[in-house]
Ligand binder design. Structure first.
Ligand SMILES: N[C@H](CCC[C@H](N)C(=O)O)C(=O)O
Length: 257
């Protein structure tokens, strides 16, 4: 079988993107997803995204981590918006569906502003925090992040019994200034550090500025620069949460599987 795909990246988080409006891709075939994401035997990516039609939305995105598990992916959603514009499905603004519900987004000059779902709050986890931004995120503030053992420490937290059975993503955060963070992420389902994590930097920004009524935080990641803005609501929740950053088509291809 031959599969046509497009490769996208959003601040170094990379995805196999498939126009599956004909619903030809078997989303139960997780071995195929893993094969396509394999960096030696397939195309290679952190995740795979199907774009499908939906009666009530401009499109639906179905996101798979490289191991075949599904979740909400902020960088992937930004790339999905850019891909939908490339396909001529949307122009400029869009309202689409992901696993965590509806999202609005605006695309201009290669930059996507993605509206995230509302965030219920920031939970304490001993010295650390936990925030769900459509996918689960453990947040740890550290010093000297460049030298920090992300893989070892990230894996420990990801598989900690407090997060059984489904685990969590793990973000390590260094404060650069009052409105700038440096974030590195160990991602569940990739089972390694990724160059950036959209839902992760959103969670980090909210944990960092949780006591402010509204905030805009810029985030440096190994894969590039992102921005997060949000407003606090009365009951300790957060709304009007936006993730802003670039999304780029790297190449197109066909693969026989
Ligand atoms: N690995 C995450 C999903 C992808 C998140 C990340 N790539 C993003 O940009 O949000 C999870 O299993 O919850």
């Amino acid at each position: 079988m031959e599969i046509s795909f497009y490769k996208y990246q959003g601040t170094g988080n990379d995805f196999v993107m498939i126009d599956d409006r004909k619903e030809a891709f078997d989303e139960q075939d997780l071995q195929l997803v893993s094969r396509l994401c394999d960096r030696k035997f397939g195309v290679g990516a952190d995740g795979l995204i199907l774009i499908r039609n939906h009666a009530d939305f401009d499109f639906e995105m179905i996101y798979f981590n490289a191991d075949g598990s599904q979740s909400m992916c902020g960088n992937g959603a930004r790339c999905a918006v850019a891909f939908a514009a490339f396909l001529g499905i949307v122009a400029g603004k869009t309202h689409f569906l992901a696993i965590d519900g509806p999202h609005d987004a605006v695309l201009a000059k290669g930059v996507v502003e993605l509206k995230m779902g509302d965030v219920a709050g920031v939970e304490s986890r001993s010295e650390d925090f936990f925030v769900n931004t459509g996918s689960p995120h453990h947040i740890r503030f550290v010093e000297d992040l460049q030298q920090y053992p992300i893989f070892e420490e990230g894996k420990k937290v990801r598989y900690d019994q407090q997060y059984e059975p489904s685990g969590t993503n793990v973000n390590f955060v260094e404060k650069v200034s009052e409105d700038q963070l440096f974030v590195r992420t160990y991602e569940r389902g990739v089972e390694n550090e990724t160059l950036s994590c959209g839902t992760g930097v959103t969670a980090a920004a909210i944990a960092f500025a949780k006591d402010q009524p509204k905030a805009q935080v810029s985030i440096q990641t190994l894969g590039g620069q992102l921005a997060v803005k949000f407003q606090a609501s009365a009951e300790g929740a957060y709304h009007n949460v936006w993730l802003i950053g670039p999304a780029e088509q790297v190449f197109a291809g066909k693969i026989s599987v």
